[in-house]
Design a protein around this ligand. Structure first.
Ligand code: GDP
Length: 382
């Protein structure tokens, strides 16, 4: 991540035209799937459930939800914080993907607009039986549905690459350093023609995905799957294992979207009882948020004081100044040091003062690599 004092927005690249390797640290999950698989049910439950849920009136299919984090309640008590601010995840409910979309059926490629900006794609797959909900392709078959959606995404990427190739070829002829981008796009086209996603096939095909970044290819994004199952099926280990195997090594989350939408309207005690009655310990919505974070290699660090107890999102491996930059670019620019204590040690000590006395609060410099659950105070000078 390279952010700092620039006269140009950092995502446009440096003034000399070199590419800035900036990694987004917010998580935007695009929900895709055939019609009537439960995407909107899931999206609505998710946004109704969250204390920080925001929706934009001009974009009713976009919602921002907080990542549940019990540590923030503990920190808020300890620091007498006025408010809690969790890390957030943005959800986009993407409608209109049907068999034949890439060939112009239904609303054609309209679904692409929302998906291009997603950092991860969550495929919602129908596994519930309810005969009153008509299946778009006439029969309930998770394997067929996954293949249909993957094929549409691959065909959309194939079109993107085919459209870009003449331009990339011209650039490669004019400037030697563009040859790698042309080669990667040509190899990606061959891969898509075999019906393989970029995510699954890039490594084996020797494709340098960094060269394709500007094309925002859909199948290069991390995928995760939500199987929308009947509540009885949640306890059926064989059925779950079979569905999980369909998408491995991608992560699979199992939930009954209808039950999830009922859970969010219940008092916590009743919700817990209902969850236990269907053999679950954690709501499916929380699992989706947690696993989405993990899939993208994201983690959080914490800050706490009288104003707020807050979780911030960083990529795993981020250094202390990079983490500071997530709060404010000035803090990264003027970074002097970070005072760091792990959440567990802070809680064990009982207070920041006690943790300091016990020698648990470390002074870390510019090279320090942040650890999950670090509670941090940055010292900076601008
Ligand atoms: P979308 O087109 O994928 O957004 O699907 P919706 O969320 O609108 O759901 C389509 C229909 O299926 C609605 O009538 C939902 O109430 C119903 N539905 C969604 N999830 C479930 C579920 O888990 N079980 C059952 N029985 N019905 C569901």
């Amino acid at each position: 991540m390279a952010r700092g004092n620039r006269t140009r927005p950092f995502w446009r690249g440096s003034a000399r035209g070199a590419r800035v390797d900036w990694q987004p640290v917010s998580l935007t999950i695009g929900l895709v799937g055939l019609p009537s698989v439960g995407k909107s049910t899931l999206f609505n439950a998710m946004t109704r459930n969250s204390a920080v849920a925001k929706s934009y009136s001009n974009e009713p299919n976009v919602g921002v939800v907080g990542l549940p984090d019990a540590r923030l309640d503990v920190l808020a008590d300890m620091f007498d914080a006025a408010k809690i601010v969790p890390a957030t995840v943005t959800f986009v409910d993407i409608a209109g993907l049907v068999r034949g979309s890439s060939a112009g059926r239904g609303r054609g490629n309209a679904f692409l607009t929302g998906l291009r900006d997603a950092t991860a794609i969550c495929q919602v797959v129908r596994a519930f039986s309810d005969p009153s909900v008509v299946h778009a392709d006439g029969k309930i078959s998770p394997a067929d549905d996954i293949e249909t959606i993957n094929t549409e995404l691959i065909l959309a990427d194939l079109q993107t690459v085919e459209k870009a190739l003449p331009r990339l070829e011209k650039e490669a002829r004019a400037r030697k350093e563009r040859a790698a981008a042309f080669a990667a796009a040509t190899a990606a086209k061959d891969l898509f023609e075999t019906g393989t996603t970029l995510y699954a096939g890039a490594t084996a095909a020797g494709i340098d995905v960094a060269e394709l970044r500007d094309l925002h290819l859909l199948t290069g994004k991390p995928f995760l799957y939500v199987f929308n199952v009947d509540e009885e099926e949640l306890a059926n280990a064989d059925a779950i294992a079979e569905l999980r195997a369909l998408v491995a090594p991608a992560e699979a989350i199992f939930m009954d979207a209808k039950v999830e939408s009922e859970l969010v309207d219940m008092p916590p005690d009743e919700a817990r009882e209902l969850l236990e009655s269907i053999g679950q310990t954690e709501p499916g919505l929380d699992q989706l948020l947690r696993i989405g974070f993990k899939t993208l290699g994201l983690q959080t660090f914490l800050t706490a004081g009288p104003k707020e107890a807050r979780a911030w999102t960083i990529t795993a491996g981020a250094t202390a100044p990079e983490a500071a930059g997530v709060i404010h670019s000035d803090i990264q620019r003027g970074f002097i040091k970070a005072e760091v204590v792990s959440y567990d040690e802070l809680v064990a000590a009982g207070s920041m003062a006690a943790a300091k006395t016990a020698g648990k609060v470390r002074i870390e410099g510019k090279k320090y690599v942040m650890q999950e659950g670090d509670v941090v105070e940055f010292r900076f000078n601008v």
